[in-house]
Design a protein around this ligand. Structure first.
Ligand SMILES: CC(=O)N[C@H]1[C@@H](OP(=O)(O)O)O[C@H](CO)[C@@H](O)[C@@H]1O
Ligand SMILES: [Mg+2]
Length: 551
């Protein structure tokens, strides 16, 4: 078996990419992500794993994206994209961690042989991999290490260059469906811009041209994409890009971008003199897979429109189109959220359609959304998309409308399937989706915002000795360990009007997160800090370093 892997070549190249001793890597929610300076060996090994994954899947193309999204510029990361453009199958995450942690070249060779055996990989199959990276300065060197891994494993390589994460996902699906009845689009970056801009223009044809949209590009790769799609959108939507300094050291995600807006609930300072009262704008994150909207109201206040608001806007629109097209008896629309969704959004949505709550992390949302005919999913932080099941796409393609109104609604639905990047959350596709719905509804930011009123809420991090001592069930809404803590939280919640709170260990940081909401802001804050104090004490936190705001 191993005779078909060039073990000597792998060993020779591996010696150029030694693993730093004492470091342990984990393929987590977002792949490997840490300081760029310690990722060289990881990239080499991910190259090997990507080649093996492709061989396992009969030579279908696997994607590799080099990015650390909204993290600081000195970080970087890497994740694999499976053949339909979705996240890597969960069972292979362990293989990724095993290869990344092999101490020496000999250990690595052994680990590779173990993966080949346990995953029953037929090494006579070809390996094909497409990769891309964001604008981080550490990208080129890491891509060189990835290239070495791909060469070592004998993969056919396609370099997609500097692209957004969603474009890389698009490319993987487009390459693997090329020439089939499910062809996703031309397998090029231009193919992506053509597909999205074409669908957008068809959707808004005849509608009033919206006012120009300010786009905060987080000084990241989204700036390139916005600049490339702008001319294609022409008069249908005028984009005004800001924070486009992709080569200014230290600028990436610095006081700008979707994560800044969501976390601080604040306008990026660089936009302060640009966004006028009544005008809407949006922020992308560093790899353009998250989107936050906002506007300035008539009292000059900043108002944020987050992933929950996007879900409410989009789901409502699709439900109405399905009804108008007379398809509501065979196309069921549903929404997937996490416990972090604002309680008001859940209430608003649940009055209109089925809503499911799943654990944090895009893959949980994506899988749950696949179970609906049309599944709308968004995390409050602005990552999300809409999935149309194969059966639904078939219905949309073949249904014969009997009235002009039905025919128009059906065409809008068909165009939505083209506009929406169904592989993964995509800030640019989602931005065009929002703009299309606003144009159809004749909504300004204010009217969209008025769909429901957010409950005041607060997110607090608690540093504990061992966050793994915190275990949850019921989509992370109930703590089952440490024992008895949930009852105490329930008691606190009861004492706050409209209160809701839950506690879970973060999957990406070494902290426990506490979320609380209540009818008024002071109550939400109080509840959050009381629960945080409870968690801190329960976890045996040192009283002398107890954060002062904890109650
Ligand atoms: C409260 C919150 O925003 N959590 C984020 C964060 O996960 P944690 O497991 O909470 O650290 O990072 C995830 C990956 O980016 C994202 O999916 C999720 O929404
Ligand atoms: Mg991102």
């Amino acid at each position: 078996m191993s005779s078909q892997l060039q073990l000597q070549e792998i060993a020779r190249l591996s010696n150029n990419h030694p693993k730093p001793a004492h470091l342990r890597y984990q393929y987590g929610t977002a792949g490997f992500r840490t300081l760029a300076s310690v990722l060289d060996s990881v990239l080499f090994r991910v190259g090997i794993l990507a080649g093996l994954r492709s061989r396992k899947l009969d030579g279908k193309t696997i994607g590799v994206m080099v990015t650390a999204s909204h993290n600081p510029e000195e970080d970087n990361g890497v994740k694999l994209v499976d053949t339909r453009g979705e996240m890597l199958e969960a069972s292979w995450e362990a293989h990724a961690s095993t290869l990344a942690n092999a101490a020496t070249t000999d250990d690595l060779i052994e680990a590779i042989e173990a993966v080949v055996r346990s995953a029953r990989i037929d090494l006579s199959k070809p390996a094909r991999v497409v990769y891309g990276r964001d604008t981080r300065p550490s990208g080129p060197a890491l891509v060189a290490a990835l290239d070495d891994g791909l060469t070592a494993v004998g993969a056919e390589i396609r370099n997609a260059g500097v692209v957004t994460t969603p474009i890389l996902h698009y490319l993987v699906r487009a390459i693997n469906t090329k020439g089939t009845k499910d062809a996703y689009g031309d397998d090029s970056e231009d193919g992506y811009y053509d597909k999205l801009s074409g669908a957008f223009k068809r959707l808004v044809a005849g509608k009033q041209t919206p006012s120009p949209l300010i786009v905060d590009c987080a000084n990241g790769v989204g700036a390139d994409a916005i600049n490339k799609i702008s001319p294609q959108l022409g008069e249908s939507l005028k984009l005004m890009p800001h924070n486009t300094s992709t080569s200014t050291p230290g600028a990436l995600n610095n006081s700008c971008g979707a994560d800044y807006v969501k976390t601080l609930q604040r306008l990026p300072p660089s936009l302060a003199n640009h966004l006028k009262a009544g005008q809407r704008g949006c922020s992308l994150d560093g790899d353009a897979d998250r989107l936050m909207y906002f506007y300035i109201d008539e009292r000059n206040q900043f108002r944020m429109l987050d992933g929950d608001k996007i879900a409410a806007l989009v789901a409502g629109f699709i439900v109405d189109l399905v009804k108008t097209a007379n398809l509501d008896s065979n196309v069921k629309v549903g929404v997937v959220q996490t416990a972090y969704a604002n309680g008001s959004s859940t209430k608003y949505l649940a009055e209109r359609l089925p809503v499911r709550c799943v654990p944090t992390g895009v893959k949980h949302l994506h899988h749950a959304a696949e179970r609906f005919d049309v599944g709308v999913y968004f995390e409050a932080n602005g990552h999300g998309t809409v999935l149309f099941s194969p059966g639904t796409q078939e219905i949309l393609a073949t249904h014969e409308p009997t009235t002009p109104a039905q025919s128009t609604a059906l065409n809008h639905l068909r165009n939505l399937t083209q506009l929406i990047n169904q592989t993964v959350g995509d800030a640019i596709s989602d931005m065009l989706l929002v703009e299309a719905v606003l144009a159809h509804r004749s909504y300004s930011g204010l009217e969209w915002d008025s769909l429901y009123v957010d409950l005041p809420n607060r997110l607090v991090k608690v540093v504990v000795e061992d966050r793994h001592a915190f275990q949850t069930e019921d989509a992370e809404r109930v703590l089952v360990s440490p024992k008895g803590l949930q009852n105490k939280i329930d008691d606190l919640v009861r004492r706050h009007d409209g209160g809701r709170s839950f506690v879970r260990p973060s999957g990406t940081e070494d902290v426990v997160r506490v979320y609380a909401e209540a009818a008024i802001k002071s109550q939400a804050d109080e509840l959050a800090f009381r629960v945080a104090g409870l968690v801190y004490d329960e976890a045996g936190g040192d009283p002398s370093s107890r954060p002062r705001e904890f109650l």
